[in-house]
Design a protein around this ligand. Structure first.
Ligand code: HEM
Length: 155
């Protein structure tokens, strides 16, 4: 896939992450508050969220290695300190998103080993809500200095 295709997929996948993220957060808060039993559907929803995030991280790294916006950082082995767009895409967005994605993966791995439904719901409800808020804060929404379009469009 070329850079254009990667960026188009990266743009589109954000909506899938948002969908699975909201579903995970809704199911886990509801499960915790209502004292429900953890079901396989809860695991599947969470798996959808973490899988989409893992794929997004992989594509993000591939974009980082190829985009003219960030390739310079690798060539000079330095991070940009000026220019809103360069600073944002050069390190704030990638580093923050990697921390968010890896944290979601860690939460899911710990949850899988827990026995009690209440403990599973509590950890995922709080953990995934924090991860989701972090991710939302790091998306280049239109209107920001480094903002991009809401809908998939070629470069
Ligand atoms: C995991 C959640 C992530 C989400 C939701 C996300 C979302 C986005 C969005 C919406 C864009 C704007 C694309 C456009 O309209 O042009 C973007 C751009 C970008 N992302 Fe991510 N991203 C994530 C993770 C990452 C990671 C982990 C990296 C790198 C390690 C990364 C690197 C980039 C780069 C370099 C661009 C700019 C591409 C360019 O215009 O040249 N992203 N991201």
């Amino acid at each position: 896939m070329d850079l254009n295709g990667l960026i188009l997929s990266h743009q589109t996948l954000r909506w899938i992450i948002l969908g699975f993220g909201i579903a995970t957060i809704y199911r886990t808060w509801r499960g915790w508050i209502a004292g429900r039993t953890w079901e396989s559907r809860d695991t599947l929803t969470m798996l959808g969220f973490t899988s989409a995030l893992n794929l997004q991280m992989l594509m993000g790294v591939m974009i980082y290695l190829n985009s003219p916006l960030t390739r310079m950082n690798l060539a000079t082995w330095s991070l940009p300190t000026s220019g809103a767009e360069l600073v944002f895409f050069g390190w704030i967005h990638p580093v923050g998103m990697l921390i968010g994605g890896l944290s979601a993966q860690a939460i899911a791995s710990v949850t899988k080993r827990m026995e009690s439904s209440t403990a599973k719901f509590r950890l995922t409800a709080i953990g995934m809500t924090v991860v989701m808020l972090g991710i939302l804060a790091l998306v280049p929404w239109p209107g920001l200095a480094h903002g991009r379009s809401l809908w998939p469009r070629a470069l």
